[in-house]
Design a protein around this ligand. Structure first.
Ligand code: HEM
Length: 529
């Protein structure tokens, strides 16, 4: 039978007649330099890798769609937002999702104890909306300036290239706001069974803006219809011994078998403003918004039904960013969100290239026409909006070919801002312990046992000053929590309890002192000694 398969070519379109041998001078002689076919092949290979993501390097992606209920809870979605992706029913918005771990390198095991990334790209009729979230609903820190230090402490030691418990807890011990997240992370919630059976959350606080230009603060969450399942350390070790990519396998196998994973999309909402009556600051991402006060209001669902054709093109080159919002969804002053919004597109211009938004995986859906005046740069693939504006790459222009601004909404949202420029703590209270203690007590006994065993193992690897400070934090969250960690790791509980508050921090539970400036604005700081 004749072979009908396509012929192998170079990228110049030349047929490759011999892909087995270099061109050499005689059978045993040296190779020659003019061998274009070989040079194209090997030099392209030399450039196959781009820098892996500085965080969340290990990941898996899938395509799917989103469908809005047109309601937020029992009310019309339009009451809160004019974003069509949430108000219009009967539309299947194409989506791409990338799940990930945080600290590990690109091929690291998917069983690692780590938050899981849950990054979602909605390709809406109004352009892209990225919701770059995690599985857990809170985070370690609440000020973006701390992120590089945090990641350095969590990633491997720059000398030995080993992750170390003492580096992690050295950083954490100086940040009481991280105890809540650490309590989740060191419990079985730190190792989700796979990417399907886990929740997702935008973590940071956003705003929904309606037609009247009225804004509400909100949090976004994904609720898996598959349920939530986590692993013990022993279960994770057993899986890891056989498979370092079990979560990708699980995702791909289920989608290929037609068992499409599905999540409901829900929001928590509160009025915009300082919300001074709350015991926590709604812009502080280390705190949960309690669901009894701020219920999860369902507003849509997402189904993942297609695996990528090519991992590199679609998963590795995918680029999500917190700055990518549609009209009707806005930024809050959450200091993490503001810092993140610079970081993502900045790293993507470096990691993927200046024209990363021209790649099909990152570009808006075909129904949305991109007409920009951005031109050139490495790997320009096409001129945005090829056609009428080929010559006119500036705005405003009096000529028919020029681009014009979009009409403004009838009522725009204008956030009032007043304050004194400076560096402030986000929190109004130094209460970083109440929710951590609630979390500890909310766990089932086996989850608490796992948490304590994991922390005891970690504490044994830390020097005494870090051990004492960590027990001090755990004890302030819940006395039993602190006592069990101390007893398990052989740490002197009385010595830990006798420690003074951290420098620059108020004593646990103490309200920060309000300082009033000449213009009447207030900020909170630690009371003078
Ligand atoms: C100030 C704090 C933060 C900074 C500066 C930051 C920065 C970054 C950077 C530079 C990347 C790599 C992006 C890329 O190469 O494409 C990344 C990835 C990611 N970050 Fe953050 N991050 C922060 C906090 C958070 C928080 C709080 C969350 C959870 C809500 C989060 C979730 C993610 C996810 C899911 C990814 C992977 C996105 C993907 O799958 O491509 N990050 N982050």
């Amino acid at each position: 039978m004749s072979d009908q398969r396509p012929i192998l070519t170079t990228r110049q379109g030349h047929p490759v007649r011999d892909n087995q041998s270099l061109r050499t001078v005689g059978e045993r002689g040296p190779a020659t330099l003019e061998n274009y076919q070989f040079i194209e092949k090997i030099t392209h290979f030399d450039r196959e890798r781009i820098p892996e993501r500085v965080v969340h390097a290990r990941g898996a992606g899938a395509h799917g769609w989103f469908e809005a209920y047109g309601k937020i809870g029992d009310e019309p979605a339009s009451k809160y937002t004019r974003a069509r992706v949430l108000t219009e029913t009967g539309v299947k918005t194409p989506m791409f999702v990338r799940f990930s771990t945080v600290a590990g390198a690109k091929e690291s095991p998917e069983t690692e104890r780590d938050p899981r990334g849950f990054a979602v790209k909605f390709k809406t009729v109004e352009g892209n909306w990225d919701l770059v979230g995690n599985n857990l609903k809170i985070f370690f820190i609440r000020d973006a300036i701390k992120f590089p230090d945090m990641i350095h402490a969590f990633k491997p030691d720059p000398v030995t290239n080993r992750q170390e418990a003492w580096r992690f807890f050295d950083f954490v011990s100086q940040h009481p706001e991280s105890i809540h997240m650490v309590t989740f992370l060191k419990s079985p919630w730190g190792i989700p069974a796979n990417y399907r059976e886990m929740e997702g959350s935008g973590v940071n606080t956003y705003k929904l803006v309606n037609d009247q230009g009225v804004a509400h603060l909100c949090k976004f969450h994904w609720i898996p219809k598959q349920g939530v399942r986590n692993l013990t350390s022993a279960q994770a070790s057993e899986i890891q011994a056989k498979d370092v990519g079990h979560a990708t396998r699980d995702l791909y196998d289920n989608i290929k078998a037609g068992n499409f994973p599905e999540w409901e999309f829900a929001v928590q909402i509160m009025p915009d403003g300082p919300n001074d009556h709350l015991s926590f600051d709604p812009l502080d991402d280390t705190k949960l918004w309690p669901v009894d006060q701020f219920p999860l209001l369902k507003c849509g669902r997402m189904v993942l039904d297609r695996v990528p054709d090519n991992f590199f093109a679609e998963v590795e080159q995918s680029a999500f960013g917190t700055g990518v919002l549609v009209d009707g969804i806005d930024f809050s002053d959450d200091k993490m969100l503001q810092g993140r919004t610079l970081s993502y597109s900045d790293t993507q211009r470096y990691r993927v290239g200046a024209n990363y938004l021209q790649l099909p995986i990152n570009a808006p859906q075909p129904g949305v026409k991109v007409y920009s005046n951005q031109r050139d740069g490495v790997m320009t693939y096409h001129v945005d909006g090829t056609g009428p504006n080929r010559h006119i790459n500036y705005e405003p222009s009096t000529l028919a070919e020029g681009l014009r601004e979009a009409p403004k909404p009838a009522r725009d949202y204008h956030q009032p801002v007043q304050g004194n420029l400076g560096r402030y703590q986000t929190s109004r209270t130094e209460d970083d312990y109440t929710q951590a203690g609630e979390r500890y007590r909310s766990f089932e006994p086996w989850e608490r046992d796992e948490l304590i065993a994991n922390l005891v193992g970690d504490m044994k690897q830390c020097p005494e000053p870090i051990q004492l400070r960590m027990v001090w934090h755990f004890w302030h969250a819940d006395e039993e929590y602190g006592r069990r960690v101390a007893e398990g790791a052989g740490i002197d509980l009385e010595k830990a309890k006798a420690l003074p508050p951290l420098p620059g921090r108020a004593a646990p539970g103490q309200r920060l002192q309000a300082e009033t400036y000449s213009d009447g604005t207030q900020a909170h700081k630690v009371a003078a000694e």
